[in-house]
Design a protein around this ligand. Structure first.
Ligand SMILES: Nc1ncnc2c1ncn2[C@@H]1O[C@H](COP(=O)(O)OP(=O)(O)OP(=O)(O)O)[C@@H](O)[C@H]1O
Ligand SMILES: [Mg+2]
Length: 581
């Protein structure tokens, strides 16, 4: 690493400056990225109180001279970029020269560093942006950056931080992605003096995957190796048997940077939609190595989003790489970049190409159809029965099931059409709510407990919410490092559904949404367990369904708000057939 240089104003104004320090996890990301850029082989992260009290990153990288150690906390001080053209050949994770300046402005920061060729090190102490100490010190080669009392001088931001468990999960999520992006570096994460995650740095990505997701998932990963003149894709993707409820395990590393990109994501979904049902996802860990001139990382303050100069091409390359890996014998095994136009990469700037995943534009004819459909829906909704208008009694004449979806009944000169799927959802929904309120959701004990391995952060979420799972009919125990044992499941789930529902809850609880909305979970569960539209029902089952529906508190809508019953009166029918005007 060379000498730090302050970017001149014209370069500084062109790079996408932004607020990089939002929470402890953002500090972790910036410090570890600096250690990676410094060529470290070993990186240790220590946090206390989920990083609120202390974040310490120790590396054995190139270190800094005294001058650089003082300069590095200045804004736009970077050794990684000099001119705006350098962005085209960027191989480092950092380039804005902003991170340490931003972090030191809102914390008590200490840098202890020694370059490889010097015998004495430097200590720099900065509080709230003010340098309070610079002195020589004895220390190991490399750099240790300690950030204490983050946001101590900005109480409004401090208040904004979430509970320790959530902030720690954010740190964990950032950490394991950095670990996956560099299997050749040994990483250690220590939280409140406990080792939480570590990698050996043996360069084996599958070993890192095993550490994070567990043996079960690692056993079902398929290696991807594909190369072409313009792009190289390597890594692992899960086979068809792995079903995840959250998209969080789809990870792309472009030139070793974990990024979000719609084209890559669309290619994954398009390939896996042959194997997975809606709402389920694979585990994907893919490295895409590409000429830095063909990407733009400078479009988002946290460098999280990335744009390819040929988004269409990258979609095609990724689609083929994944498809080939999943179907090695497939007839449609195509070369990696069959849709890839290498010439597009030579062009400057972003090429605007209408891609497959972009929203389909409506044709004029579609619009007319939709308007008609809307009218039909309005008419139908008018026909939805209002509360209190229909009661179950023996006078209801069951006429039969049509189209394997609807139940027809007649009562008092009126025809009722019931959507059996929506009806069943409503019945189950009310049943679960009642059971839940009475604290007696029935569960069934499993003869042999199911042991599942989870990512560390996912396991924490389950353990933290163990009471919630109990109320939902589960019996779950901690089962060592990253595993849990499921001993009982809600009565209405089979084992697979029960497992999927845990994944769903974890995804739900770790999102920023209103996390304790139990109703919503029940609602989801009801939808899962409900009969599908195409189940054929016997007359007895159909009658039972109608009876149960009409005894619901609100028999008229499914939990999504769609109508469950539509009514036609005799006069409606007469009008339809023009018997009366
Ligand atoms: N762990 C480290 N080892 C060696 N040098 C470091 C380390 N951390 C920071 N530096 C030096 O300090 C400079 C400033 O770091 P800072 O993170 O603020 O900016 P950057 O990494 O250049 O860009 P960005 O703001 O995009 O991260 C770096 O360019 C690098 O020269
Ligand atoms: Mg940096």
């Amino acid at each position: 690493m060379g000498i730090i240089n302050i970017l001149d104003a014209s370069v500084a104004s062109k790079i996408s400056a932004g607020e990089v320090v939002e929470r402890p996890a953002s500090v972790v990301k910036e410090l570890i990225e600096n250690s990676i850029d410094a060529g470290s082989k070993n990186i240790i992260l220590e946090v206390k109180n989920a990083g609120k009290k202390l974040i310490k990153v120790t590396d054995d990288g190139c270190g800094m001279t005294k001058n650089d150690a003082v300069l590095c906390i200045e804004r736009y001080a970077t050794s990684k970029l000099r001119t705006i053209e350098d962005l085209n050949s960027l191989i480092t994770l950092g380039f804005r020269g902003e991170a340490l300046a931003s972090i030191s402005a809102v914390s008590k920061l200490q840098i202890v560093t020694r370059p490889r060729d010097q015998s004495i090190g430097t200590l720099v102490e900065v509080w709230g942006g003010e340098i309070i100490d610079v002195r020589d010190t004895g220390c190991k080669e490399g750099t240790t950056v300690t950030v204490k009392d983050l946001f101590y001088n900005t109480p409004a931001r401090l208040k904004f931080l979430k509970r320790d468990s959530i902030e720690f999960n954010n740190i964990y999520n950032i950490f394991y992605k950095l670990m996956l992006s560099h299997p050749e570096i040994s990483f250690k994460l220590i939280s409140d003096d406990k080792l939480k995650l570590s990698s050996t740095g043996d360069g084996n990505l599958l070993n890192c995957i095993k550490t994070i997701w567990g043996q079960e998932i690692a056993d079902h990963m398929i290696e991807v190796k594909a190369q072409d003149r313009a792009v190289k894709v390597t890594g692992y993707i899960s086979d068809r048997s792995v079903i995840r409820r959250s998209k969080n395990d789809i990870l792309f590393f472009v030139n070793k940077r974990c990024i979000i990109n719609k084209a890559l994501y669309a290619a994954v979904l398009d390939v896996y939609k042959q194997y997975l049902t809606t709402g389920t996802y694979p585990v994907i860990v893919l490295n895409i190595d590409i000429d830095p001139r063909m990407i733009d990382v400078n479009i988002h303050p946290t460098k999280l989003e990335l744009k390819f100069s040929d988004e269409h091409g990258i979609y095609g390359a990724m689609y083929n790489a994944l498809n080939n890996a999943l179907n090695p014998k497939s007839e449609v095994n195509r070369p990696l970049t069959s849709i890839f136009n290498i010439n597009d990469f030579e062009k400057q700037g972003n090429v605007e190409i209408e891609t497959k995943y972009e929203q389909v534009k409506l044709k004029e004819t579609d619009i007319r159809d939709i308007n008609e459909l809307e009218n039909e829906i309005n008419i139908a909704v008018d026909e939805v029965i209002n509360e209190g208008m229909i009661f179950y009694d023996d006078d209801i004449k069951y006429l039969g099931q049509v189209l394997s979806t609807y139940l027809l009944c007649e009562k008092d000169n009126e025809l009722y059409i019931i959507d059996q799927h929506a009806a069943h959802e409503r019945i189950l929904y009310e049943k679960y709510i009642k059971e839940f309120k009475n604290n007696r959701i029935s569960s069934q004990r499993l003869l042999i407990p199911t042991i599942i391995e989870l990512k560390n952060d996912e396991k924490n979420i389950v353990i933290e919410n163990i009471n919630l799972f109990n109320t939902l009919g589960y019996e779950i125990d901690d089962f060592g490092e990253t595993a849990i044992a499921i001993r009982a499941v809600p009565i209405f789930f089979d084992q697979t559904q029960a497992r999927l529902f845990i994944d769903e809850c974890v995804a739900y609880l770790s999102s920023d949404s209103n996390r304790t909305s139990i109703d919503e979970m029940l609602f989801k569960k009801a939808c899962k367990a409900a009969v599908k539209a195409n189940d054929s029902l016997t007359e007895k089952e159909a009658r039972e369904l109608i009876k149960s529906l009409l005894s619901c508190e609100n028999p008229y809508n499914c939990p999504h708000g769609r109508p469950t019953i539509v009514r036609f009166t005799k006069s409606d029918m007469d009008k339809m057939f023009k018997r009366v005007i």
